[in-house]
Design a protein around this ligand. Structure first.
Ligand code: COA
Ligand code: AMP
Length: 621
């Protein structure tokens, strides 16, 4: 039996044995006697995640090893922090938070760009047993306000600005606007001043980060229960209210530490680079916690794959720092391919140290797979996961046994994930037949135990549809060799440039426009970004408006309410939306039309003439 098959079989058949062995990779304050009970992992274990990610490496003599490399082509800065330096910064920042009254179990919102202080802030919270909630910088003030009201932070950590290639994004006015809109009042905001846009601080509320951290006494690690929350990360659901995915301390540390060597094949001391953002789950798991738990050097890159300054940006970083494992989204590779189709920029750099390119965040299309494989001559590995799971559900686990790759497939389920493809009646689909991709319970360590302050939504969203199974929200199938194919979401979540967005949230914003009677937003295939949102709007009777003007107003509205990251630019005025007789909008049929797929007119349709109208509208976009 092969290494993969054996590991997988054991993880499903004897999970206690499997995960108790994996737990030995973590330093516990109280080693867990129980591996799993009631769906929770290591319930009687105690640990501190920050200790495991930082202190223990210093204690083991690795203090002088690089822990974090900040490379920022948008500011021209680059700096390396050793584990000892990282420890000093984290302990002081934790000291500051402690002085502000933050204790174990309190929440802290972090709204920051890709600066080292963002990583330090997350670890400082973990050090105190406080629960961080990082909000991605590309969201608008309203989205930040919604998260502040739900997470109720004692303190908000932020920065004066983020830097996009085209502009400096002043964060402070966004933070101020969010706090004005929010009902919850944090006691304090700590603001990192960046020279590109220095913010005006509010005397009574705001503290200057550098000064406050300098004056703080270092704080030690607070021991927490393995089941205590480490963080909340809000992600798009099908409505305007995001889901607060909760991550625990113990299961998360065990799973991520295990994944670094077994999924990614990364060893302590190696340079590992996830070219993502700390605001997304990829950033949480594989910029911050995974590489640091494993004693790797992690790269924090403040730039883009193209335009900062050219499509060789990724290859420069790989070559300069000796990156062994690169992880990014297929859209980033497509962006590079578009500007440098024959790979001239890649040839300028020595990429001989690069061993694997891992891709996730959206489906890896075979064209992009072949282009990257040919260019780099190394395994290009698609792997599939989501905010909820925290680490890969399906991958080619090169640290266990590299399997032959099949373009279009993220290979096979990772040990711990009992993937089942279910049909509408809950029966398992035979090979080759598409169904809902589910995971038979229990979920392995590291997966979400619940949604923050919303256990009912957790059950409703993930567990009710197929009792005994976790619903991933993706559709797909397994082939005769057991390879998984993930074909796309079966709900109203879309994926724009690797960013997960809710069409429902966009519809809520559009419906608030005074001239809009009703609307539907769907994701339409896009060559670069994978999908782009397109709005179909029906105007109120008597609203004689220029469609181009409506499109401009709706674009501005979505940008203002959700943020630039939504990349909403197309809105088409139509006479009516296709609906069932019970009034449900036929979004799936609209998606097929927009993507140019063959479709059948559903028998439940209220007015079949609505479909050709959508076809016409699509031609106009
Ligand atoms: N703060 C403020 N604004 C942000 C932002 C941030 N952190 N991140 C993105 N934005 C803005 C951008 O400036 C852009 O604004 P614009 O409409 O004014 O141009 C908008 O949000 C869309 O940004 P983005 O999705 O980055 O598109 P892009 O056209 O600027 O770049 C790619 C396209 C493909 C290069 C880029 O999307 C990319 O690098 N994607 C990889 C994504 C990724 O790593 N995802 C994580 C999963 S692994
Ligand atoms: P997020 O929670 O932002 O990580 O987004 C998760 C969603 O992105 C998944 O549910 C999928 O729809 C999609 N996704 C992520 N990785 C892949 C992949 N390798 N193949 C196909 N879809 C993916």
């Amino acid at each position: 039996m092969s290494g993969y098959d054996e590991a997988y079989r054991r993880s499903i058949g004897r999970p206690d044995e499997f995960w108790s062995e994996a737990a030995q990779g973590i330093s516990w304050d109280v080693a867990p006697a129980t591996v799993t009970a009631g769906g929770r992992w290591f319930p009687d274990g105690r640990l501190n995640t920050c200790f495991n990610a930082v202190d223990r490496h210093v204690a083991a003599g690795r203090g002088d090893q690089a822990a974090l490399i900040h490379d920022s082509p948008v500011t021209g800065a680059a700096r390396t922090y050793t584990y000892a330096e990282l420890l000093d910064q984290v302990a002081r920042t934790a000291g500051l938070l402690r002085d502000l009254g933050v204790t174990a179990g309190d929440t802290v919102v972090i709204y920051m760009p890709m600066v080292p202080e963002a990583v330090v802030a997350m670890l400082a919270c973990a050090r105190l047993g406080a629960v961080h909630s990082v909000v991605f910088g590309g969201f608008a003030a309203r989205e930040l306000a919604v998260r502040i009201d739900h997470a109720r932070p004692k303190v908000v950590l932020s920065a004066s600005c983020g830097i996009e290639p085209s502009r400096v994004v002043a964060y402070k006015p966004l933070l101020d606007a969010a706090l004005e809109q929010a009902e919850h009042r944090p006691a304090r905001c700590v603001v990192l001043q960046r020279p590109q846009a220095v913010a005006e601080l509010d005397e009574g509320r705001d503290l200057d980060w550098a000064r406050a951290v300098r004056d703080a006494e270092p704080a030690g690690c607070v021991s927490v229960a393995a089941t205590d929350p480490l963080y909340i990360l809000y992600t798009s659901g099908t409505t305007g209210l995001p889901k607060g995915v909760v991550r625990d301390n113990g299961g998360h540390a065990v799973a991520l530490h295990w994944s670094m060597s077994h999924v990614y094949g990364a060893a302590p001391g190696e340079v590992y680079w996830a070219a993502s953002d700390v605001g997304w789950v990829v950033g949480h798991s594989y910029i911050v916690y995974g590489p640091l738990l494993a004693g790797c050097t992690s790269v924090l890159y403040e730039g883009k794959p193209v335009g900062t300054p050219d499509p060789g940006a990724f290859w420069r970083v790989v070559s300069t720092y000796g990156v062994r494992t690169l992880f990014t989204a297929p859209t980033a590779i497509r962006a590079i391919k578009k500007e440098d189709p024959s790979g001239i920029f890649a040839k300028k750099w020595d990429l001989s140290g690069l061993r694997y390119l891992f891709l996730a965040g959206e489906r890896l299309d075979p064209d992009t797979y072949h282009w990257a494989s040919d260019l780099l001559g190394i395994p290009v590995i698609d792997h599939w996961w989501q905010t909820e799971t925290g680490w890969p559900i399906a991958a080619n686990c090169v640290g266990i046994e590299p399997l032959p790759l099949k373009p279009g497939s993220p290979t096979k389920p990772v040990p711990g994930w009992d993937v089942r493809i279910l049909g509408p009646d809950g029966e398992e689909c035979p090979p080759g037949v598409d169904g809902a991709v589910t995971v038979k319970l229990p979920l392995p360590p590291g997966a979400l135990p619940t949604l923050y302050r919303d256990e009912a939504r957790f059950t409703r969203s993930y567990l009710e549809r197929y009792p005994g199974h976790y619903l991933t929200g993706d559709g797909g199938h397994v082939d005769a060799d057991g390879y998984l194919y993930v074909m796309g979401r079966i709900d109203d979540v879309i994926n724009v440039a690797g960013h997960r967005l809710s069409t429902g949230a966009m519809e809520e914003v559009i419906a608030a426009h005074p001239d809009v009677a009703e609307c539907a937003v769907i994701g339409v295939a896009d060559e670069l970004k994978g999908q782009l949102p397109v709005g179909f709007v029906v105007l109120k009777a008597g609203a004689e408006r220029d469609p181009a003007e409506i499109e401009r107003e709706l674009t501005a509205l979505v940008r203002e309410r959700i943020g630039p990251v939504a990349a909403f630019r197309r809105a088409v005025v139509v006479g009516r939306l296709p609906k069932t007789r019970s009034g449900k909008i036929l979004r799936a049929t609209m998606r097929d039309i927009a993507d140019g797929n063959p479709y059948t007119t559903p028998s439940t349709i209220e007015d079949p003439a609505a479909l050709p109208e959508i076809e016409e509208a699509v031609k106009r976009t």
